[in-house]
Each structure stands twice: as C-alpha cells, then as structure tokens.
Design a protein around this ligand. Sequence first.
Ligand code: CUA
Length: 173
Amino acid sequence: PSERLWWKHPLDRVEGIWIAISFIWCMVMFFMMVFWHIYGKQNLATETYKTTPEKFTAQTQAAVDKWTVRTETEQKVPVVAPPEGADVYMIGRLWNWWPILELEKGKTYKLHLTSMDYNHGFSLQPTNINIQVVPGYEHVIKVTPNESGTFSVICNEYCGIGHHEMLGRIYVK
Ligand code: CUA
C-alpha cells in the first residue's frame, strides 16, 4: 500500500508544467513589485513620527495663531500663510482638512499631517501626491510647489458618511 501514498506517486508531466508555470509567474510578479518599488519611485519620501492629537493640535494652533491671513467659508476656516522653510500643519478629521494653507511657488515647506480619529487620505489634486494618514502618527513631507493655483485635498480612505465631503484646500501664489 505504500506506493499509494500521494508523495510516492510520480509527478505527472502536465502537473509539472503547471507547477513550473505558476512558480515562474510568482517570480515575475515578485520582481515587478521589487522593481516598481525601487526604480519606479512609487513611494513618496515621507518621514513618520509618533504624535498625539493634543500635541499636534497645539502645534497646528500655534501656526494658525502666528500666520493666519484671513478666514474663509461659512465655517471661518483660517487661511495660514507660513514663511519659507516653515513647518506647516494640516489636521485630518471627520470630515475635513484644517486649516487652509497658502504657499508660495518655488518656496520649500515642511508639511506635517496627522489624523485626529480614523485613517484618512491626503490626496492632493491634480498632482500624484497621495498619502494614507494614520492617527497617532505624523507624516512629514518636504513640499516645493512648482505651479500656482488652487489645489484640493481629497480623502481617499473611506472614513464614514461624510467621506465624500472631506475636502481641504491649498493655495499656491
Ligand atoms: Cu477621511 Cu475619507
């Protein structure tokens, strides 16, 4: 009966071919992933640090107090125009990005992002900047706007009933 054990059966030729095909395909997919990651520059260079909602709110409020130039919309959202090289903060929460930023073309800023509650997305339209923003962490990106205009931030991590209304705004002068 020992020759009935499955591991003692000789490999059928068709079986062998299919095993080889699936193995090769696994390797193709694996190397595509590796090459896209390394050479395709698919991942934005962000630094991530731990933070708390209290700490981040205090930092954001300090920037708002210092650099607000006006308020906008019915909700009186402050428009913050920080100086070149400044640390600028945006809070993602149910359901908005706060405050509005006003940056200058050609100048570099350090943009800090966090979430106060759940996972949110920071997708800057119409660029390809797209970050998943996780509560408890701040994501820091160096930004140098190279085009003026009004840019919308949309949330692309589903975050509940107001997800589609979760918008932010960045002006570039
Ligand atoms: Cu925030 Cu979807």
